[in-house]
Design a protein around this ligand. Sequence first.
Ligand SMILES: [Zn+2]
Length: 547
Amino acid sequence: MSLDTFSTTVPRLKRPVIGSASLSVIVAFYLVFLTNRTFWAKAIDYLGAPSFALVLLAIGLFALFSAICISVSVKYLTKPLFILLIMSAAAASRFMDYFGVIIDVDMIRNAAETTGSEAGHLLTAGFITHMLVFGVVPSLLIALVRVEHRPFFQKFKWNLALVLSCLAVFTSVSLANVRTFTAAIRGHRDLVATLNPVTPIVSALSYILASGEEKALAVQPLGTDAHVVAPAASGKPRVTIIVAGETARAENFSLNGYDRPTNPKLATQDISYFTDTSSCGTATAVSLPCMFSVYTRSSYTHTKGLATENVLDVMAHAGITSEWWDNNTGSKGIASRIGYTSFSDINDPRFCVNHECQDDVHLDRLGAWLDAVKGDSVLVLHQIGSHGPAYFQRYPEAFRRFTPDCRTPELGNCSREEIVNAYDNTVLYTDYMLSAVIDMLKVREEKMAGSMIYMSDHGESLGEHGLYLHGAPYFIAPSQQTHVPFVLWLGKQAKAGIDQACLAKEASEPKSHDNLFHTVLGLMNVATSVYDPSLDVLSGCRANAAS
Ligand SMILES: [Zn+2]
């Protein structure tokens, strides 16, 4: 039998026919009630169930979504738009419902700036299954049906009537319960932030608009008057190593009172640990540029961060060499004007698998770099630290001390205990790395005046309040995502002029990412009009503070 005869002998399947308005209403129903588990869980929590307010909210949202879907159900655009809405809602609901992640502009920015290997960890079997069930199957159904459109003018009139009726329903139910709704929206901003796919789509559009504007930004110089006040009396170069941590939360540091020994090495070093330090943001793309910027958390914006030089540029103005080593997703523009090395690009097989490296990669070349130091220098080591969800890939076998540890990025397949064990092993490994950096500076004390600052960019949720990972909007972020570890080690020379009792007291007081910029300037003895001594954690403790 030839192919031709075969095709003619099989009766053509009749595609089901549906009117464009009916399809719009079905899609609206699907979006409101089947891709918004997190939203409805919160709504039930805030409005109570069963409650009249909840029923009104359901009717109102269904009417509003129907109005939107009917408005866009234009011939040729209906199917692509509905499929786009459904696929976006499916992807967003996976992250919201399983990890408690809210898809705001910062989260979109973080996703857009992430590396392929990082994103790969999120494409788990669970994610793919979720996308098949909630995205692909309904999209195929839409693709399969034949959508019937009325003649243009008739459709216009009919749709206008439908949209106005839907909006009337939405307005009347909103007005009927206006006080409860406004209270819920004002008091629980996270409720609106989880409305799917409205928030993800609005956030993505805002991100696209903002990134267009940001491309045109010219970076403004900062601290061009910077200079080194006096060369070190010993004549030794000052060297500050800034370890920019990743996803480390203070709660799991034994230095911060955690009951597991996650900091055995640092506990033996002569360090200051700042017990009450808060991050600028809850995601790398916000926190990292903010940490190195002159702006405080309250005055920082992403655009201001991009448009202004940072502490490393100020170093350059003072004639100090700065360099950035990256074992993460890049410097977010901070190192654009200084020496930059990306370990994931080098992909050294001793430390890296598929361009993702363990933090030992920093230590491997640090000794040689220190030996080559000629003058005052600042080196940033940007860690991969405790980045999830593949915590188990962050540490070598020797640091698999807390077991059983979760061995998959699919956190849903692990118990809470396994997730915490894997996470604690990452902290243990960071503890080792920081201690090793200190040891390398210590053995070179004859040659240089070293110090080390470690600050994590943000914390991590490990299931508390049903949240995982990080990136919650700051106003609702739990302490696990904003309380970060901050370690300071001063070599003999840097320590000489510091009142230790004063430093111990400083270390117990509230600190934040606001302090990094000014503390580094102070450590490197740089004077500039942009230096604010009140934000330098050491300035009040210097013996010559008054002089
Ligand atoms: Zn981060």
